[in-house]
Design a protein around this ligand. Sequence first.
Ligand SMILES: Cc1ncc(COP(=O)(O)O)c(C=O)c1O
Length: 371
Amino acid sequence: MRVSTERDEQAGIHGGWEGPVPRAALQTVPLYVPKPPQPRVGAESHRLFLNENPYPPLPSVIAVIAGAAAEINRYPEIAPTQLVARLAKHLDVPECHVVTGPGIMGIYQQISQAVLRPGDEIIYAWPSFEAYPIVTNVADCVAREVPLLGGRHDLAAMAAQVTTRTRAVFICNPNNPTGTVVSGSELEAFVADLPKTVLVVIDEAYAEFIPDHRGPSGVDLYRKHQNVVVLRTFSKAYGLAGLRVGYGLAHELLADAFRKCAVPCGVSSIAVAAALKSLTLEDELFERVRKISLERDRLWKVLGVLGIDTPPSGANFLWLGVGSAAATLSAQLEAEGVMARLISGHGIRLTVGNERSNSHVEQVLTTIMAA
Ligand SMILES: Cc1ncc(COP(=O)(O)O)c(C=O)c1O
Protein backbone atom coordinates (compact mmCIF):
# COMPACT_ATOMS: atom_id res chain seq x y z
CA MET A 1 0.00 0.00 0.00
CA ARG A 2 1.28 3.50 -0.84
CA VAL A 3 1.72 5.59 2.31
CA SER A 4 2.61 8.99 0.89
CA THR A 5 4.84 10.62 -1.67
CA GLU A 6 6.89 12.30 1.04
CA ARG A 7 7.38 8.95 2.72
CA ASP A 8 8.61 7.37 -0.50
CA GLU A 9 10.95 10.25 -1.21
CA GLN A 10 12.34 10.14 2.30
CA ALA A 11 12.75 6.39 2.26
CA GLY A 12 14.77 6.79 -0.93
CA ILE A 13 16.92 9.49 0.62
CA HIS A 14 17.47 7.39 3.72
CA GLY A 15 18.77 4.47 1.66
CA GLY A 16 15.99 1.90 1.82
CA TRP A 17 15.05 2.75 5.39
CA GLU A 18 11.71 1.13 6.24
CA GLY A 19 10.94 2.82 9.52
CA PRO A 20 9.20 6.12 10.22
CA VAL A 21 10.76 9.05 8.34
CA PRO A 22 11.44 12.56 9.59
CA ARG A 23 9.82 15.57 7.91
CA ALA A 24 11.44 16.48 4.60
CA ALA A 25 12.03 20.05 5.86
CA LEU A 26 14.69 18.75 8.22
CA GLN A 27 17.00 17.89 5.34
CA THR A 28 17.97 21.56 5.14
CA VAL A 29 18.84 21.72 8.84
CA PRO A 30 22.45 20.90 9.68
CA LEU A 31 22.84 18.20 12.32
CA TYR A 32 25.96 19.66 13.85
CA VAL A 33 27.11 23.22 14.30
CA PRO A 34 30.53 23.79 12.72
CA LYS A 35 33.36 22.31 14.75
CA PRO A 36 34.12 24.68 17.63
CA PRO A 37 37.67 26.00 18.02
CA GLN A 38 39.85 23.66 20.05
CA PRO A 39 41.92 24.60 23.11
CA ARG A 40 45.70 24.30 22.83
CA VAL A 41 47.35 21.30 24.40
CA GLY A 42 49.71 22.30 27.21
CA ALA A 43 49.19 26.03 26.78
CA GLU A 44 46.59 28.52 27.93
CA SER A 45 43.53 29.03 25.72
CA HIS A 46 40.73 31.57 25.95
CA ARG A 47 37.14 30.54 25.31
CA LEU A 48 35.76 33.49 23.37
CA PHE A 49 33.38 31.91 20.86
CA LEU A 50 30.00 31.71 22.62
CA ASN A 51 29.54 35.23 23.98
CA GLU A 52 29.57 33.88 27.51
CA ASN A 53 30.01 36.05 30.57
CA PRO A 54 33.62 35.50 31.67
CA TYR A 55 32.81 35.78 35.37
CA PRO A 56 31.62 32.84 37.47
CA PRO A 57 28.33 33.21 39.37
CA LEU A 58 28.45 35.36 42.51
CA PRO A 59 28.97 33.30 45.70
CA SER A 60 25.45 34.14 46.92
CA VAL A 61 24.01 32.83 43.65
CA ILE A 62 26.02 29.63 43.97
CA ALA A 63 24.65 29.22 47.51
CA VAL A 64 21.07 29.55 46.24
CA ILE A 65 21.80 27.04 43.46
CA ALA A 66 23.18 24.57 46.02
CA GLY A 67 20.07 25.06 48.18
CA ALA A 68 17.75 24.44 45.23
CA ALA A 69 19.78 21.40 44.21
CA ALA A 70 18.81 19.73 47.48
CA GLU A 71 15.22 19.52 46.24
CA ILE A 72 15.58 18.30 42.71
CA ASN A 73 13.72 15.10 43.49
CA ARG A 74 10.68 17.42 43.02
CA TYR A 75 9.38 18.69 39.67
CA PRO A 76 9.56 22.43 39.15
CA GLU A 77 6.31 24.30 38.57
CA ILE A 78 4.76 23.83 35.12
CA ALA A 79 5.56 27.52 34.53
CA PRO A 80 7.60 29.42 37.14
CA THR A 81 4.93 31.64 38.72
CA GLN A 82 7.24 33.38 41.19
CA LEU A 83 9.75 34.31 38.51
CA VAL A 84 6.97 35.49 36.19
CA ALA A 85 5.53 37.67 38.97
CA ARG A 86 8.96 39.10 39.81
CA LEU A 87 9.76 39.88 36.16
CA ALA A 88 6.34 41.48 35.63
CA LYS A 89 6.95 43.77 38.59
CA HIS A 90 10.53 44.48 37.53
CA LEU A 91 9.49 45.52 34.01
CA ASP A 92 6.11 46.97 34.95
CA VAL A 93 4.11 44.68 32.66
CA PRO A 94 1.11 42.40 33.33
CA GLU A 95 2.03 38.91 34.52
CA CYS A 96 -0.01 37.39 31.68
CA HIS A 97 2.43 39.00 29.22
CA VAL A 98 5.52 37.22 30.59
CA VAL A 99 6.55 33.93 29.01
CA THR A 100 9.52 31.92 30.25
CA GLY A 101 11.55 29.18 28.68
CA PRO A 102 14.84 27.32 28.82
CA GLY A 103 16.73 30.28 27.40
CA ILE A 104 15.65 32.44 24.50
CA MET A 105 16.24 29.37 22.34
CA GLY A 106 13.41 27.59 24.13
CA ILE A 107 11.11 30.54 23.52
CA TYR A 108 11.91 30.52 19.78
CA GLN A 109 10.60 26.96 19.70
CA GLN A 110 7.40 28.07 21.43
CA ILE A 111 6.97 30.97 19.00
CA SER A 112 7.63 28.69 16.08
CA GLN A 113 5.07 26.10 17.14
CA ALA A 114 2.53 28.76 18.00
CA VAL A 115 2.61 30.92 14.88
CA LEU A 116 4.72 29.59 12.01
CA ARG A 117 3.14 27.57 9.20
CA PRO A 118 4.92 25.78 6.36
CA GLY A 119 5.65 28.18 3.53
CA ASP A 120 5.49 31.33 5.67
CA GLU A 121 8.24 33.84 4.94
CA ILE A 122 10.52 35.07 7.68
CA ILE A 123 12.70 38.14 7.22
CA TYR A 124 15.94 38.64 9.10
CA ALA A 125 19.26 40.34 8.51
CA TRP A 126 22.34 38.35 7.57
CA PRO A 127 24.76 37.64 9.09
CA SER A 128 22.77 37.53 12.28
CA PHE A 129 22.08 35.00 15.03
CA GLU A 130 22.79 31.55 13.60
CA ALA A 131 19.62 30.11 15.12
CA TYR A 132 17.39 32.08 12.73
CA PRO A 133 17.91 29.87 9.66
CA ILE A 134 17.49 26.81 11.86
CA VAL A 135 14.19 28.02 13.35
CA THR A 136 13.04 28.94 9.83
CA ASN A 137 14.00 25.63 8.24
CA VAL A 138 12.71 23.41 11.04
CA ALA A 139 9.33 25.14 10.68
CA ASP A 140 9.47 24.59 6.89
CA CYS A 141 9.31 28.34 6.36
CA VAL A 142 11.10 30.41 3.73
CA ALA A 143 14.00 32.62 4.81
CA ARG A 144 14.28 36.14 3.39
CA GLU A 145 17.81 37.03 4.44
CA VAL A 146 18.67 40.70 3.99
CA PRO A 147 22.39 41.53 3.90
CA LEU A 148 23.62 43.93 6.57
CA LEU A 149 24.65 47.33 5.33
CA GLY A 150 27.98 48.37 6.84
CA GLY A 151 27.45 45.77 9.57
CA ARG A 152 24.05 47.24 10.48
CA HIS A 153 20.45 46.17 9.86
CA ASP A 154 19.24 47.58 6.54
CA LEU A 155 15.71 48.25 7.74
CA ALA A 156 14.60 49.81 4.44
CA ALA A 157 15.69 46.71 2.51
CA MET A 158 14.03 44.49 5.12
CA ALA A 159 10.77 46.44 4.79
CA ALA A 160 10.99 46.01 1.00
CA GLN A 161 10.94 42.21 1.47
CA VAL A 162 7.52 42.21 3.14
CA THR A 163 4.84 40.40 1.15
CA THR A 164 1.45 38.92 1.99
CA ARG A 165 3.32 35.71 2.86
CA THR A 166 5.52 37.38 5.49
CA ARG A 167 4.76 35.89 8.86
CA ALA A 168 7.60 37.18 11.03
CA VAL A 169 10.60 39.47 11.19
CA PHE A 170 13.45 38.63 13.55
CA ILE A 171 15.55 41.57 14.71
CA CYS A 172 18.64 40.82 16.73
CA ASN A 173 19.43 43.97 18.72
CA PRO A 174 22.36 44.33 19.32
CA ASN A 175 23.05 42.16 16.31
CA ASN A 176 24.96 38.94 16.78
CA PRO A 177 27.65 38.79 15.30
CA THR A 178 28.33 42.47 14.48
CA GLY A 179 27.31 44.04 17.80
CA THR A 180 25.57 46.90 16.00
CA VAL A 181 22.52 48.51 17.58
CA VAL A 182 19.28 49.64 15.97
CA SER A 183 17.98 52.67 17.87
CA GLY A 184 14.54 52.82 19.44
CA SER A 185 13.39 55.46 16.95
CA GLU A 186 14.62 53.45 13.93
CA LEU A 187 12.79 50.39 15.21
CA GLU A 188 9.66 52.38 15.96
CA ALA A 189 9.50 53.72 12.40
CA PHE A 190 10.13 50.23 10.98
CA VAL A 191 7.43 48.56 13.08
CA ALA A 192 4.92 51.33 12.46
CA ASP A 193 5.09 50.67 8.70
CA LEU A 194 4.68 46.88 8.92
CA PRO A 195 1.34 45.13 8.53
CA LYS A 196 -0.01 44.50 12.03
CA THR A 197 -0.32 40.79 11.26
CA VAL A 198 3.44 40.39 10.91
CA LEU A 199 5.07 39.19 14.12
CA VAL A 200 8.17 41.20 15.06
CA VAL A 201 10.55 39.34 17.35
CA ILE A 202 13.10 41.65 18.94
CA ASP A 203 15.89 39.54 20.34
CA GLU A 204 17.57 41.51 23.11
CA ALA A 205 19.90 38.84 24.43
CA TYR A 206 22.63 41.48 24.87
CA ALA A 207 20.54 44.58 25.67
CA GLU A 208 22.26 45.21 29.01
CA PHE A 209 25.57 45.84 27.23
CA ILE A 210 24.24 48.73 25.11
CA PRO A 211 26.06 51.92 26.18
CA ASP A 212 23.87 54.12 28.40
CA HIS A 213 21.31 51.36 28.38
CA ARG A 214 18.21 52.77 30.06
CA GLY A 215 15.38 50.34 29.77
CA PRO A 216 15.31 48.48 26.48
CA SER A 217 13.72 49.94 23.39
CA GLY A 218 12.16 46.56 22.57
CA VAL A 219 10.10 46.72 25.74
CA ASP A 220 8.79 50.18 24.82
CA LEU A 221 7.83 48.89 21.39
CA TYR A 222 6.08 45.81 22.70
CA ARG A 223 4.00 48.05 24.99
CA LYS A 224 2.79 50.01 21.96
CA HIS A 225 2.41 47.26 19.36
CA GLN A 226 0.47 44.01 19.68
CA ASN A 227 2.62 42.34 17.03
CA VAL A 228 5.91 42.91 18.87
CA VAL A 229 7.53 40.28 21.07
CA VAL A 230 10.72 41.03 22.98
CA LEU A 231 13.10 38.33 24.18
CA ARG A 232 15.59 38.60 27.06
CA THR A 233 17.86 36.14 28.81
CA PHE A 234 19.71 35.41 32.03
CA SER A 235 22.50 33.80 29.98
CA LYS A 236 24.62 36.85 29.18
CA ALA A 237 24.57 39.87 31.55
CA TYR A 238 23.44 37.72 34.49
CA GLY A 239 25.99 35.00 33.72
CA LEU A 240 23.62 32.01 33.99
CA ALA A 241 24.06 30.50 30.51
CA GLY A 242 24.47 26.98 31.86
CA LEU A 243 21.14 27.05 33.68
CA ARG A 244 18.98 27.86 30.62
CA VAL A 245 16.48 30.52 31.58
CA GLY A 246 15.10 33.32 29.45
CA TYR A 247 11.85 35.18 29.01
CA GLY A 248 9.70 36.94 26.49
CA LEU A 249 7.15 39.74 26.68
CA ALA A 250 4.12 39.55 24.42
CA HIS A 251 0.49 40.61 24.48
CA GLU A 252 -1.89 38.16 26.06
CA LEU A 253 -3.20 36.31 23.00
CA LEU A 254 0.31 35.57 21.77
CA ALA A 255 1.75 34.98 25.23
CA ASP A 256 -0.96 32.41 25.96
CA ALA A 257 -0.22 30.67 22.66
CA PHE A 258 3.52 30.57 23.41
CA ARG A 259 2.79 29.19 26.87
CA LYS A 260 0.64 26.42 25.40
CA CYS A 261 3.64 25.32 23.31
CA ALA A 262 6.14 25.42 26.19
CA VAL A 263 7.67 22.23 27.52
CA PRO A 264 5.91 21.76 30.89
CA CYS A 265 8.35 22.29 33.78
CA GLY A 266 10.87 23.43 31.14
CA VAL A 267 12.70 25.85 33.44
CA SER A 268 14.35 23.99 36.31
CA SER A 269 13.84 25.00 39.92
CA ILE A 270 17.59 25.63 40.16
CA ALA A 271 17.42 28.06 37.23
CA VAL A 272 14.39 29.80 38.76
CA ALA A 273 16.12 30.18 42.13
CA ALA A 274 19.29 31.57 40.50
CA ALA A 275 17.33 33.98 38.30
CA LEU A 276 15.27 35.26 41.25
CA LYS A 277 18.42 35.79 43.30
CA SER A 278 20.20 37.49 40.40
CA LEU A 279 17.40 40.01 40.05
CA THR A 280 18.19 41.16 43.60
CA LEU A 281 21.89 41.52 42.73
CA GLU A 282 21.71 43.73 39.66
CA ASP A 283 24.02 46.38 41.13
CA GLU A 284 26.84 43.87 41.43
CA LEU A 285 26.06 42.06 38.19
CA PHE A 286 25.73 45.25 36.16
CA GLU A 287 29.05 46.45 37.58
CA ARG A 288 30.52 43.41 35.81
CA VAL A 289 28.59 44.34 32.67
CA ARG A 290 30.12 47.82 32.92
CA LYS A 291 33.60 46.32 33.26
CA ILE A 292 33.07 44.08 30.22
CA SER A 293 31.71 47.03 28.24
CA LEU A 294 34.75 49.18 29.14
CA GLU A 295 37.08 46.36 28.07
CA ARG A 296 35.08 46.01 24.85
CA ASP A 297 35.53 49.69 24.06
CA ARG A 298 39.24 49.50 24.88
CA LEU A 299 39.70 46.49 22.59
CA TRP A 300 37.63 48.18 19.87
CA LYS A 301 40.13 51.06 19.85
CA VAL A 302 43.04 48.60 19.68
CA LEU A 303 41.44 46.85 16.67
CA GLY A 304 40.96 50.21 14.97
CA VAL A 305 44.63 51.07 15.43
CA LEU A 306 45.54 47.66 13.97
CA GLY A 307 43.47 48.51 10.89
CA ILE A 308 40.79 45.87 11.46
CA ASP A 309 37.31 46.83 10.29
CA THR A 310 35.27 46.66 13.51
CA PRO A 311 31.95 48.45 14.05
CA PRO A 312 31.28 49.92 17.50
CA SER A 313 29.58 47.20 19.55
CA GLY A 314 26.70 47.39 22.00
CA ALA A 315 27.17 43.78 23.09
CA ASN A 316 29.79 41.64 24.88
CA PHE A 317 31.62 40.83 21.66
CA LEU A 318 33.37 42.52 18.75
CA TRP A 319 33.12 41.82 15.05
CA LEU A 320 36.27 41.55 12.97
CA GLY A 321 34.96 42.24 9.49
CA VAL A 322 37.83 40.65 7.61
CA GLY A 323 35.70 38.99 4.89
CA SER A 324 37.51 36.32 2.89
CA ALA A 325 40.53 36.47 5.23
CA ALA A 326 38.37 35.20 8.10
CA ALA A 327 39.30 31.51 7.90
CA THR A 328 43.05 32.21 7.85
CA LEU A 329 42.86 34.69 10.71
CA SER A 330 40.66 32.35 12.72
CA ALA A 331 43.22 29.53 12.34
CA GLN A 332 46.03 31.89 13.38
CA LEU A 333 44.07 32.97 16.45
CA GLU A 334 43.24 29.38 17.38
CA ALA A 335 46.89 28.41 17.11
CA GLU A 336 47.67 31.15 19.63
CA GLY A 337 44.96 30.08 22.09
CA VAL A 338 42.28 32.58 21.04
CA MET A 339 39.13 30.53 20.49
CA ALA A 340 36.86 32.91 18.56
CA ARG A 341 33.86 32.24 16.31
CA LEU A 342 34.50 32.07 12.59
CA ILE A 343 31.63 33.14 10.35
CA SER A 344 33.06 31.83 7.13
CA GLY A 345 33.50 34.36 4.36
CA HIS A 346 32.27 37.21 6.55
CA GLY A 347 34.46 37.65 9.60
CA ILE A 348 35.23 36.64 13.16
CA ARG A 349 33.18 37.22 16.27
CA LEU A 350 35.30 37.69 19.35
CA THR A 351 33.72 37.57 22.79
CA VAL A 352 35.08 40.09 25.29
CA GLY A 353 36.57 38.02 28.07
CA ASN A 354 38.20 38.87 31.37
CA GLU A 355 41.18 41.22 31.45
CA ARG A 356 43.66 38.37 31.09
CA SER A 357 41.94 37.04 27.96
CA ASN A 358 41.63 40.49 26.46
CA SER A 359 45.32 41.30 26.99
CA HIS A 360 46.20 37.99 25.36
CA VAL A 361 43.92 38.79 22.40
CA GLU A 362 45.49 42.23 22.06
CA GLN A 363 49.00 40.82 22.08
CA VAL A 364 48.18 38.01 19.60
CA LEU A 365 46.36 40.30 17.15
CA THR A 366 49.14 42.89 17.33
CA THR A 367 51.69 40.21 16.41
CA ILE A 368 49.55 38.75 13.60
CA MET A 369 48.80 42.13 12.06
CA ALA A 370 52.44 43.20 12.20
CA ALA A 371 53.50 40.08 10.24
C1 LIG B 1 21.04 36.90 19.70
C2 LIG B 1 20.96 35.73 20.61
N1 LIG B 1 19.77 35.34 21.06
C3 LIG B 1 19.66 34.30 21.89
C4 LIG B 1 20.77 33.60 22.30
C5 LIG B 1 20.59 32.41 23.17
O1 LIG B 1 20.12 32.81 24.39
P1 LIG B 1 19.73 31.73 25.48
O2 LIG B 1 20.99 31.29 26.14
O3 LIG B 1 18.83 32.51 26.40
O4 LIG B 1 19.01 30.63 24.80
C6 LIG B 1 22.03 33.98 21.87
C7 LIG B 1 23.21 33.21 22.31
O5 LIG B 1 24.31 33.32 21.88
C8 LIG B 1 22.13 35.06 20.98
O6 LIG B 1 23.31 35.44 20.50
